[in-house]
Design a protein. Structure first.
Ligand code: SRM
Ligand code: SF4
Length: 583
C-alpha cells in the first residue's frame, strides 16, 4: 500500500492511475507485443477503456511442462446511455460479434452490451468497429460514472422526453475526457468527441481531466433516471437515483437519492448492500449540476486506501446523511428542496405490444438472461438482425436484460411476429410471468469473480420454479427471481423477491423479500443450497404465500408484512458468510 502526497494510504489501483498519464499506461505497447495477457497496472487501466481481461474458466490448456495455463481473452462493454440505439447501430454491433467475439451479444443489467471471447490481437479492431457505430466503450467500466440508466419505455410526453435529454447530458458531463482512448484505439482520430467538462477540481495543474483529475473516482459510480412510477432501473440500488416528478403534465423536477449499492464480500463485516437514502428535490435546470455535485463529493471524500470499502454507500454510512446533504448544499449552484412524495413505484418488464405516447407501437422482446445468440431451435440473434434490418425500429436495451423495438406500426408488429416465429423465438405472451422478470449474471465461464454457475443454469432452474408454481396453482403470478454467481450482485438479487446468490461451487444462499417496487432489501433465509435443491427449498415459502396472502399481495410484500410488520431497512452483511465455501 503506497501513500499519497497528503500521507493518506493509497491502493495499488490508485497508484496505477496516478502513474498512467491519464489512462495511457503501457497499453499501446503491450497491445503490439506477443504476450497474450496484460500485467496488473494495464489490466486495471484497460477497464476504463471498456475492456476486461478474462480467461475461459472451462478451458485450461496444458503447457510444455504439463501445467494448466489460462487462455486469456477479453470482454468488451459498450456504454449506451439510457440503453437507446438506432437500427444501424444495432446492426453494427451485431457485425462485431460475428467477426471478432464469440457470436453473441450480451444485453446487460445496466442497458449496455457486452462482447465476450475477444483475443488480444483483435481488441483494437473491436473497439474501432464499436466506435464506427458512433457508440463508445470509454467509461463503460473503471472508476468513473458508469452507463447512465433510464426507464426503457419510450417517453410518453414532452416532460418524459426531457428526462431522456437529461440522462444523455449527465452521461456526457461525466464522461472521461482523456485523449488516451483515441490515441490507443483510434490512432488519434476523434470519432465520438467528449465535450469538455467544467473545471472544478481545485488546485489541479492543467490536465486532461478537468472534472476527474488524474485519480478519477475512488471506485465505480452509478446513476439511474426513472420516469414517474417506473422503477425498472432499481433506483434504490444506484449511487445516485433520479426520480422524475411530473405535476400537471409538466416536469416539476427530480427527486434525488444517494448511496445505494449492492456488492459485499464474504467474511468482511464492514461490507454490505445498502439502499439509497432520500436527499431532496431539484428543479429541472439543476439536474446535471446535481449529478456532478454528488460525483464530486465522492471524488473528494471517497476511500482511496481500501477498494472494498470505496463506494459512495460507505462514505454516507460513515459520515451520515446530514453531513452529505450539508456538503452537497455547499457545492451545489442551485437550491436543494425537500423530497417530493410521489406515487408508488413498480419494476416493469415492458414485454409484448404497447402503444407509445406518440401513437406508434413498441414490442418488448424477451431475451433470456440478456444473451442474444443463435441456438437450436431458437435463433434469436438472426431473428433480431432480420427484424432490425427490415423494419428499422429504434432499440432500447432494458434493465431487465430485454430489448424493446420502438417506433413501429401495427402492420410492422405483425411482420415482427412472423419473423420471430420463423426463427423459433417464443412470443413474449407465451412466457410465464416469473420468467419475464427473471435475471441472471454471466458468471461461468467468463467472469473471474464467479464462485458458482448462474446464466448457464438459470433457464433449467426457472423450468423447475415454473413447474412448482403451476403445481401450486400460482403459475400466472409475477415473481422476480434473480440469480448471481457471487455476492457482488450484478443483477441486483438483493432487491428481488427471490435472490439466489452463489456461495461456493454448487452452493447458493437464498434471499427473500425484495418487492416489485424495488425499494426493499431481501433477507437471507436459507444458506448453502445445492442447485438441485433450490426449487424445493422454495416450496414451503411459496405455499405459505399462496395460502395467507392478501388480495393482490406479491410474494415479497407478503414476506415483508409477515416478517417485518411494516417498512424496515434491512442491511445485509457479509459478516457470517464464508469465503469460497470455507467457514
Ligand atoms: Fe457487475 C464486477 C458483470 C452490473 C456489481 N460485473 C463485474 C465483472 C466485471 C467481473 C470482474 O470485475 O471481473 C463482471 C463481468 C462478467 C462477465 O463475464 O461479463 C460483471 N455487472 C456485470 C453485468 C454484465 C451483469 C449482467 O448480467 O448484465 C452488468 C454490467 C452492467 C453494465 O452494462 O455496466 C453488471 N454489477 C452490476 C450491478 C447492477 C447495476 O449496476 O445495476 C451491480 C450491483 C450494483 C452495485 O454496483 O453495487 C454490480 N460487479 C459488481 C461488483 C461489486 C461492486 C461493489 O462495489 O460492491 C463487482 C466487483 C467489483 O467491482 O470489484 C462487479
Ligand atoms: Fe461475476 Fe459475481 Fe457479477 Fe455474477 S455477480 S457477473 S459472478 S461478479
Amino acid at each position: 500500500m503506497a501513500a499519497s502526497d497528503d500521507g493518506k494510504k493509497q491502493s495499488k489501483v490508485e497508484v496505477a492511475k496516478e502513474k498512467s498519464r491519464f489512462l495511457r499506461g503501457t497499453i499501446r505497447e503491450v497491445l503490439a507485443s506477443d504476450d497474450p495477457s496484460l500485467a496488473h497496472d494495464d489490466s486495471q487501466l484497460i477497464k476504463f477503456h471498456g475492456a476486461y481481461q478474462q480467461y475461459d474458466r472451462d478451458m485450461r490448456k496444458k503447457n510444455a511442462q504439463g501445467k494448466a495455463e489460462r487462455t486469456y481473452q477479453f470482454m468488451v462493454r459498450v456504454r449506451i446511455p439510457a440503453g437507446r440505439v438506432t437500427a444501424d447501430q444495432y446492426l453494427g454491433l451485431d457485425a462485431v460479434t460475428d467477426r471478432l467475439a464469440d457470436g453473441s451479444l450480451r444485453a446487460t443489467s445496466r442497458q449496455g452490451i457486452q462482447f465476450h471471447g475477444i483475443v488480444k490481437s483483435d481488441l483494437k479492431k473491436t473497439l474501432a468497429r464499436v466506435n464506427e457505430t458512433l457508440l463508445t466503450t470509454l467509461g463503460a467500466c473503471g472508476d468513473v460514472s458508469r452507463n447512465v440508466m433510464m426507464s426503457p419505455a419510450p417517453p410518453a410526453n414532452d416532460s418524459e422526453s426531457r428526462i431522456l435529454v437529461f440522462a444523455r447530458q449527465v452521461a456526457v458531463a461525466l464522461r472521461p475526457a482523456t485523449g488516451a482512448y483515441h490515441e490507443i484505439w483510434l490512432d488519434g482520430e476523434k470519432i465520438d468527441t467528449p465535450k469538455p467538462s467544467k473545471p472544478d477540481v481545485q488546485n489541479q495543474p492543467a490536465n486532461e481531466e478537468p472534472f476527474y483529475g488524474q485519480h478519477y473516482l475512488p471506485r465505480k459510480f452509478k446513476i439511474g433516471f426513472s420516469l414517474p412510477g417506473d422503477n425498472s432501473v432499481d433506483l434504490y440500488t444506484q449511487d445516485l437515483g433520479m426520480l422524475a416528478v411530473v405535476r400537471d403534465n409538466e416536469l416539476a423536477g427530480v427527486n434525488l437519492m444517494v448511496g445505494g449499492g449492492l456488492g459485499f464480500t464474504h467474511l468482511k463485516a464492514d461490507t454490505f448492500a445498502r439502499l439509497a437514502s432520500h436527499l431532496g428535490f431539484v428543479a429541472p435546470k439543476a439536474v446535471v449540476d446535481a449529478a456532478r455535485t454528488v460525483a464530486s463529493i465522492f471524488r473528494d471524500y471517497g476511500n482511496r486506501g481500501d477498494r472494498r470499502h470505496a463506494r459512495l454507500k460507505y462514505l454516507i454510512h460513515e459520515r451520515g446523511m446530514d453531513w452529505f446533504a450539508a456538503e452537497f448544499v455547499k457545492r451545489f449552484e442551485h437550491e436543494l428542496l425537500p423530497w417530493e412524495e410521489g406515487g408508488p413505484l413498480v419494476i416493469k418488464e415492458h414485454l409484448g405490444r404497447h402503444q407509445a405516447g406518440d401513437g406508434s407501437w413498441y414490442y418488448g422482446l424477451y431475451v433470456e438472461n440478456g444473451r442474444i445468440r443463435d441456438g437450436d431451435p431458437v435463433r434469436l440473434r438472426s431473428a433480431l438482425r432480420t427484424a432490425v434490418a427490415e423494419l428499422k425500429p429504434g432499440l432500447v436495451f432494458t434493465p431487465q436484460q430485454n430489448v424493446l423495438l420502438t417506433g413501429m406500426s401495427v402492420s410492422q408488429l405483425d411482420r415482427l411476429d412472423g419473423i420471430l416465429e420463423h426463427f423459433g423465438v417464443p412470443l413474449s405472451g407465451t412466457i410465464s410471468a416469473a420468467r419475464k422478470l427473471s435475471l441472471a449474471c454471466p458468471a461461468m465461464p467468463t467472469c473471474g469473480l464467479a464462485i458458482a454457475e448462474s446464466e448457464r443454469v438459470s433457464p433449467p432452474l426457472m423450468d423447475q420454479i415454473e413447474a412448482l408454481m403451476d403445481e401450486l396453482g400460482i403459475g400466472d403470478e409475477p415473481l422476480s427471481v434473480r440469480m448471481t454467481g457471487c455476492p457482488n450482485g450484478c443483477v441486483r438479487p438483493y432487491t428481488a423477491e427471490i435472490g439466489i446468490v452463489g456461495r461456493a461451487t454448487d452452493s447458493y444462499d437464498i434471499y427473500v423479500g425484495g418487492q416489485l417496487s424495488g425499494d426493499t432489501l431481501a433477507d437471507l433465509v436459507t444458506e448453502k443450497v445445492p442447485l438441485s435443491g433450490i426449487s424445493e427449498s422454495l416450496r414451503p415459502l411459496l405455499t405459505q404465500w399462496r395460502d395467507e396472502r392478501q388480495a393482490g399481495e406479491g410474494f415479497g410484500s407478503y414476506h415483508q408484512r409477515v416478517h417485518h410488520q411494516g417498512p424496515k431497512l434491512v442491511v445485509l452483511t457479509g459478516a457470517k458468510l464464508p469465503v469460497d465455501g470455507k467457514e
